[in-house]
Design a protein around this ligand. Structure first.
Ligand SMILES: *[C@@H]1O[C@H](CO)[C@@H](O)[C@H](O)[C@H]1NC(C)=O
Ligand SMILES: *[C@@H]1O[C@H](CO)[C@@H](O)[C@H](O)[C@H]1NC(C)=O
Ligand SMILES: *[C@@H]1O[C@H](CO)[C@@H](O)[C@H](O)[C@H]1NC(C)=O
Ligand SMILES: *[C@@H]1O[C@H](CO)[C@@H](O)[C@H](O)[C@H]1NC(C)=O
Ligand SMILES: *[C@@H]1O[C@H](CO)[C@@H](O)[C@H](O)[C@H]1NC(C)=O
Ligand SMILES: *[C@@H]1O[C@H](CO)[C@@H](O)[C@H](O)[C@H]1NC(C)=O
Ligand SMILES: *[C@@H]1O[C@H](CO)[C@@H](O)[C@H](O)[C@H]1NC(C)=O
Length: 401
């Protein structure tokens, strides 16, 4: 599943050695690191000694990185605690990592459904159990993590975190789409102290996604090489409740399709989540948009493919000529690239990469990876700002080399 791109020579070792406890990390930031990921949003990480490599899906709403762990069966790649010399269990004695003995309030529980909550519990045998909203549950553990950069610059080629804290999942609710794709878990890109970013001591990162037809590999820029500032449009993140201020929410003051404004003065929120492919909209907004799209594209036959809305077109219609979707952020109108918004289903039909948010998910708006294509998107978690700039990401990548 991991494509080998001959352009990319993956280099070897030694940049950052981080010490074990979270409090105890080295004070130097990584200078900058290019972490490659596939267009299916999987990143490759290496854990343990001897090392083992896993494919984890990027996730900017779950606070803990987790892997398939016990029981290790033949169907999944699995992290086997017993075969790693650097594995360490996290006990409830370790109050800095598992602060929840007995009935203290769980500070990590999210209070709204806008993101995946993480709860930690002590077992009678004194181990720390985690639970991320029925997604995955298991034990909190630590081991050595290695990340390999895609850029052939010796200094930036590898980052090592000793005592990386993650979840050893004993019960994983794997989603059907993940299941088919050989994913071994998820990597947390939130600003929570247990996320990959926090454990790398990175407060800034960025991505620039290509349309999937342009190539298979993208990358995250971490630390000083992140695209941020300069000519980019900065938009402040919303400060939600304390527990979900770790992921990335923006206020949205309306949506337009073409020149037509759908929602006038109502404000709402939208979550930026590269770990979700399709953009989802609250039901009322989705319905309004669908109706407006049908009006603007004229006579067509609409049909559904899974959860996507599709429609017939004249043969060879230019995707760029179709109505554009604009999100009105504070001080900045973000126009979704049509190369991410419309997917070709056949020579004479297209689907739109939007889904109706489900009631179970709390009717939320999410700008997913397909809506982030053709933009450099920078995250500054300490200043709580997001930065956007329209860009040809393929050119950006070549420059990055
Ligand atoms: C807590 O866990 C960290 C990381 O595994 C470890 O370095 C530290 O020594 C532990 N502290 C205690 C008191 O066990
Ligand atoms: C936890 O602490 C208690 C008392 O300090 C000690 O007896 C026990 O061995 C420790 N357990 C672990 C797993 O470190
Ligand atoms: C919860 O806390 C109270 C007061 O601190 C204590 O009396 C009680 O035993 C605790 N319950 C459990 C299950 O630990
Ligand atoms: C935290 O979440 C867990 C699992 O969802 C739940 O059992 C627990 O009661 C919650 N704790 C608090 C303090 O809300
Ligand atoms: C969010 O909180 C941070 C620090 O707590 C503050 O600097 C920032 O201005 C707040 N942002 C908004 C949009 O209120
Ligand atoms: C917009 O604002 C006006 C006046 O403040 C109000 O009457 C109207 O209902 C609002 N429209 C929407 C869609 O919220
Ligand atoms: C965004 O678009 C609206 C029209 O839909 C326009 O009135 C507004 O000035 C634009 N804002 C910016 C910052 O360009």
């Amino acid at each position: 599943m991991v494509s080998s791109n001959p352009l990319l020579v993956l280099l070897l070792f030694t940049l950052l050695y981080h010490n074990s406890s979270l409090e105890d990390l080295l004070s130097d930031q990584p200078n900058g690191f290019y972490l490659p990921f596939e267009s299916n949003l999987y990143v490759e990480i290496t854990i343990g000694s001897p090392t083992k490599t896993f494919n984890l899906k990027l996730d900017s709403s779950t606070h803990l990185t987790f892997l398939e762990c016990d029981p290790c069966d033949d169907n999944h790649k699995c992290y086997d605690r017993k075969s790693s010399n650097t594995f360490s269990p996290i006990s409830c004695n370790n109050s800095s990592l598992c602060p929840l003995s007995s009935n203290t309030t769980n500070p990590y529980n999210a209070t709204t459904r806008t993101e995946t909550s993480l709860s930690l519990l002590c077992t009678p045998s004194n181990f720390c159990r985690y639970d991320v909203s029925s997604f995955s549950a298991g034990y909190l553990v630590s081991d050595t993590l290695q990340l390999t950069s895609s850029i052939t610059d010796q200094e930036n080629s590898l980052s090592v975190v000793h005592g990386f804290v993650f979840g050893c999942g004993t019960s994983n609710g794997v989603l059907p789409e993940d299941d088919g794709g050989g994913v071994d878990g998820r990597v947390s890109l939130t600003a929570h102290r247990f996320s990959l970013l926090s454990q790398l001591r990175v407060t800034r990162f960025s991505h620039c996604l290509w349309p999937s037809s342009a190539g298979s590999r993208n990358y995250l820029r971490l630390g000083s090489v992140a695209a941020y500032g300069g000519d980019m449009m900065l938009v402040p993140m919303l400060n939600m409740t304390e527990s979900n201020s770790y992921s990335y929410h923006l206020a949205i003051f309306g949506i337009s399709l073409g020149q037509q404004r759908l929602r006038g003065n109502e404000t709402s929120t939208i979550t930026i989540d590269i770990g979700t492919y399709y953009t989802s909209l609250e039901t009322s907004l989705y319905e309004e948009l669908k109706e407006e799209l049908m009006t603007q594209i004229g006579p067509t036959v609409a049909y559904k493919v899974n959860e996507l809305m599709c429609f017939t077109t004249e043969v060879g219609v230019e995707i760029d000529s179709l109505p554009k979707l604009t999100l009105h952020f504070q001080g900045f109108n973000y126009t979704v690239s049509n190369r991410g918004l419309y997917l070709r289903d056949s020579p004479s039909s297209l689907c739109i990469a939007l889904v109706r948010s489900s009631v179970e998910e709390g009717e939320r708006n999410v700008l997913g990876a397909s809506g982030l294509i053709d933009y450099a998107v920078g995250y500054e978690t300490s200043e709580r700002m997001l930065a956007f700039q329209q860009k040809d990401c393929l050119v950006d990548f070549v420059d990055g080399m």
